[in-house]
Design a protein around this ligand. Structure first.
Ligand SMILES: Cc1ncc(COP(=O)(O)O)c(C=O)c1O
Length: 417
């Protein structure tokens, strides 16, 4: 056992023994991980990218590896204009702001990226956070407090649940993507109470899309405000890449759209856009916005450049759809069980029978030269283990062919197909 993480964990559990050690609650997870790694499996949660050659290819364990497990949907991380904007801002404004947006941390670049977002979404207000996680944490906890009700899809992202907990709102989950269940839960909310419905455009584990048209209609009819997290659809879905709400024609009825720079935009950061006339007050009352340092100038410069380029990226969007369809059809043909019957987004989830088989398949793919995400509970719904494939607009048609060949070989060697 040479894995340092594992040794630390074993050390931790040896010291514990239940005598007041706050780490003892992690013992079942430590044991599960120990048992898995004891079989000689490479740790799926400890991979190092030794060099990154492009949005689609990196060097891992000394070998060329096709990346099929990033959120780099639109492949913007190596865009020459994006990289040049970051370098210029680094030279002109330095490496960081060392301050909050409400003190010394608002540079022209922060204003510019918020303007780029207002233009991209054609909305009145845009507020940038240091991550998408903080955007959900901040917006949800600030607008929905103790006496308000949040009705959310049970498969919502952790940052949504954490935002609900921080604001101490009453949380009512409903069955994933079930319009009737949403309607029933809305009827349960006491008369006159504040109501916020939280939905996602694309759900990141299975890559399925929400029926936003129906859900937004039902929510509005019940007098609720609606927040949609478009983290996995921005840039790709919708005629202008504004996401699923745009694609399904309901963007004007959505009160708040949450997004991130860590996926299609290709850097780091989060945001909320809205047409609410009082939205700007959020800059003073939203604690995860006020009590943290703002994004570095190079990051906001890369984000602004990337967002402006995403507006006109229809050809890239079309290519990404073609790749998603090709991969989905190919994997299905090979006999894998997929998260959706049809491709609905750039995420294609391959369902594994259990964690052990999933880890073996993940490792076999890596040896073939392919990186995918291994996802398992509690991040996944219904206790599933998944190999999550996320395509990028920079994958070529040939690379999709190569990927299918690797799935065929790894699937056969592990007995998955
Ligand atoms: C639906 C959803 N919302 C928010 C986030 C958080 O984004 P960020 O990486 O910017 O913190 C994620 C990240 O995976 C996500 O999947």
């Amino acid at each position: 056992m040479t894995d340092p993480g594992l040794e630390m964990e074993l050390g931790g559990s040896r010291e514990g023994g239940g005598s007041g050690d706050l780490f003892s609650k992690f013992d079942p997870l430590i044991e599960q991980r120990r048992a898995l790694l004891a079989k000689g499996v490479t740790d799926p949660f400890n991979l190092v990218m030794e060099r990154v050659e492009s949005p689609a290819v990196a060097i891992c364990n000394g070998r060329r590896t096709i990346l099929l497990g990033t959120y780099n949907y639109m492949g913007m991380t190596f865009d020459p204009d994006v990289v040049a904007a970051g370098k210029k801002a680094l030279d002109e404004f330095g490496s960081g702001t060392t301050g909050s947006r409400v003190l010394n941390g608002t540079y022209v670049g922060h204003r510019e990226v918020e303007q780029a977002l207002r233009d991209f979404y054609a909305m009145d207000h845009a507020m940038v956070f240091s991550t998408g996680y903080q955007a959900n944490l901040g917006i949800i906890s600030t607008i929905a407090g103790k006496d308000d009700y949040i009705i959310l899809d049970i498969d919502s992202h952790a940052s949504i649940y954490d935002g609900c907990a921080l604001g101490n709102a009453q949380v009512i989950p409903f069955r994933h993507n079930d319009v009737d269940a949403l309607e029933k839960r809305l009827r349960r909310v006491p008369e006159g109470a504040g109501k916020l419905v939280i939905l996602e455009g694309v759900y990141s584990m299975l890559g399925d899309v929400a029926p936003l048209r129906e859900m937004v209609a039902v929510s509005k009819a019940a007098g609720a405000m609606v927040l949609v997290d478009e983290a996995h659809s921005m840039g790709f879905i919708g005629p202008n890449g504004r996401g699923v709400a745009e694609d399904q024609g309901v963007i004007d009825d959505v009160d708040f759209i949450i997004g991130t720079f860590s996926k299609s935009v290709g850097t780091v950061g989060g945001f909320c856009v809205s047409n609410h006339p009082k939205f700007e007050i959020m800059r003073l009352v939203c604690r995860p916005y006020v009590f943290t340092a703002s994004l570095p100038p190079s990051v906001v410069a890369t984000a602004a450049t990337s967002i402006r380029k995403l507006t006109g990226s229809s050809a890239k969007r079309a290519h990404l759809w073609e790749n998603s369809k090709r991969l989905h059809a190919g994997l299905k043909q090979l006999g894998f069980t997929l998260g959706t019957d049809q491709p609905q987004s750039a995420i294609i989830a391959v369902i594994m029978p259990d964690l052990e088989t999933g880890a073996a398949m993940w490792e076999a793919l890596l040896k073939e030269g392919l990186y995918v995400n291994l996802a398992r509970p509690p991040a996944t719904p219904s206790g599933m283990t998944l190999l999550r494939c996320s395509l990028c607009a920079e994958h070529s048609e040939e690379q999709v062919g190569e990927i299918l060949g690797m799935f065929a070989a790894a699937g056969r060697s592990t007995g998955c197909i």
